[in-house]
Design a protein around this ligand. Structure first.
Ligand SMILES: Nc1ncnc2c1ncn2[C@@H]1O[C@H](COP(=O)(O)OP(=O)(O)O)[C@@H](O)[C@H]1O
Ligand SMILES: [Mg+2]
Ligand SMILES: [Zn+2]
Length: 502
């Protein structure tokens, strides 16, 4: 007898339906799996034998053939186990009924327990799109699955429990998730950073407009300290953003079990020894890289000049497009990668150029060679570039009141709201992502501001691209001040967030 059961596979970070066909026929007792099964799928044969026996069933002493369709994609993972088990039971009349409309996901252990798997959120989104009404899942995956509404979820712990449910004995009630509050982790607070008014203001603007930031300053000036506090002043993710980010983590197997959705914006902080593949994604399994794990959040590259040059250069395309194409054997995957880049570096190889008390020992040649590690095209994609000066002892150990992250965040959230309503329907959410035609429309400045820009262009050989960047930052500053028009003072301030020496 031939039975068809639906399951799902992860392809990139998206899910596709896999039909598990089970045929039980005459012949030597055997269990074969065809249809490009990966190693974990081939090992299912052994798991199924024990799991079925330990759940009170058996694999019939006949020729059992399992085919996974479509045959053109390689099936990785253990999530087809449950569908194969149900197919075997149905095809050998150990279970009566038609189970061809529901989706079955889950790994079985030798004892018959159903264990959680990766990629459940993308699978649920796919089920919803394909109008699949009911999904059977490992109980442990239910919080993640329940973030998608409109599909019934039955969470099961063992094969025996599942079989009882399918046979109409002891039905398992549908899982109902609780509402997930999107918000913040306990980040360190900006009030701990003394002084550094200029850097703090720049980071507030960066947060409000989603602008990339480069901080240059001597060791100990507080660059890392500032960067670690940036996530605490970003607005919470929207539900749409949270689902996008969670899909990347779910498909990568990095989603903590008890969390349904990623509740906070990701903050990724890879070490400078990272490879280009680990950063942007790819490799044998075409996995998402750090930039996709930072989607809708922050990618912090500390000691920026220590990264390999080719590693920095692969950031060009995603910084421009907000996504990355990763090559596979046939074709490619596209992963989302819309992140805020925050980079920090020393001003020179010894670190002390411009330091108030220590002397720099670098030659001009060493300094220019050091800075040239960050290429023009990369710098062009960083809207806000600032120097973070080393403070004197008295400035660090002063007693003044400093603003808290919560206070700064209020202004950031308000400014983002203004930008969001302006950008409604354009598929972009921040000023940093404004395109040339949007800049023409939304970043109009007075003729006197244009003169100011022109003078700056003449004096500092600023490129057309850099002018657009200044206009975008001016727009964000105006949004923070809730000013509909960009005023001259906003343009003047935006001009300060550029490093002439780079
Ligand atoms: N503005 C500041 N206010 C309070 N402490 C500071 C400040 N700047 C630096 N520090 C102290 O100096 C330490 C080193 O700062 P860090 O962020 O690691 O510097 P950098 O990354 O620029 O080398 C911090 O952990 C903090 O204790
Ligand atoms: Mg540091
Ligand atoms: Zn130096």
């Amino acid at each position: 007898m031939l039975r068809q059961i639906k399951s799902a596979a992860i392809f990139g970070i998206d899910a596709v339906v896999v039909t598990v066909e089970v045929d039980v026929g005459r012949g030597m007792p055997s269990l074969g799996i065809v249809g490009l099964p990966g190693n974990a799928v081939r090992e299912a044969r052994d798991r199924l034998h024990s799991a079925l026996r330990n759940s009170g069933f058996s694999i019939p002493a006949k020729r059992v053939l399992i085919n996974l369709a479509p045959a053109n994609i390689r099936k990785e993972g253990t999530q087809f186990d449950v569908a194969m088990a149900v197919g075997i039971l149905a095809a050998s009349s150990q279970l009566k009924g038609d189970f061809s409309c529901e989706l079955f996901i889950g790994e079985v252990s030798l004892s018959g327990r159903i264990k959680p798997v990766s990629g459940v959120l993308p699978m649920m989104l796919m089920a919803k799109k394909k109008k699949i009404k009911k999904v059977f899942l490992p109980a442990d995956n239910c919080p993640e699955a329940a973030t998608v509404s409109g599909v019934e979820i039955i969470g099961v712990k063992t094969l025996a429990e599942l079989a009882d449910h399918l046979a109409g004995r002891n039905p398992v009630p549908a899982y109902v998730g609780s509402k997930i509050e999107l918000g913040y982790d306990a980040y360190p607070d900006f009030s701990e950073v003394r002084n550094q008014k200029f850097a703090k203001r720049a980071l507030e603007i960066a947060a409000a407009g989603g602008h990339n930031v480069l901080m240059i300053g001597p060791p100990g000036s507080g660059k890392t300290m500032l960067a670690l506090r940036l996530p605490g002043i970003l607005p919470p993710m929207s539900e749409k953003e949270a689902i996008e980010t969670t899909c990347v983590y779910s498909a990568s197997g990095l989603l903590p079990r008890e969390t349904g959705l990623m509740k906070t914006r990701p903050f990724r902080n890879p070490h400078h020894t990272i490879s280009d593949i680990a950063l942007v994604g790819g490799g044998a399994n075409a996995k998402p890289g750090e930039i996709s794990l930072a989607h809708n959040g922050i990618l912090f590259l500390d000691e920026f000049t220590e990264f390999n040059r080719n590693v920095i250069e692969v950031l060009r395309a995603p910084l421009e497009d907000g996504k990355i194409s990763v090559a596979r054997v046939r074709g490619s995957h596209t992963f989302p990668a819309s992140f805020m880049l925050v980079a920090a570096m020393n001003p020179c190889p010894c670190g002390y150029l411009g330091h108030p008390t220590r002397e720099c020992v670098c030659t001009p040649y060493q300094i220019s060679k050091y800075r040239s590690k960050i290429s023009g095209p990369i710098l062009d994609r960083i809207d806000i570039q600032i120097e973070v000066p080393a403070l004197r002892f008295g400035e660090i150990y002063s007693n003044g009141e400093e603003e808290s992250s919560a206070q700064i965040r209020q202004r950031v959230v308000a400014a983002r709201q203004i930008a969001l309503s302006r950008l409604e329907g354009r598929g972009i959410y921040t000023n940093a992502r404004l395109r040339v035609k949007d800049i023409k429309k939304f970043c109009k400045v007075s003729s006197s501001a244009l003169k100011l820009l022109e003078r700056a262009v003449d004096r500092f050989s600023i490129s057309k691209r850099a002018v657009d960047k200044i206009l975008k930052v001016s727009r964000t500053i105006a949004d923070i001040e809730s000013s509909e028009n960009i005023k001259d003072e906003h343009v003047a301030e935006a001009l300060q967030y550029r490093l002439e020496s780079m």
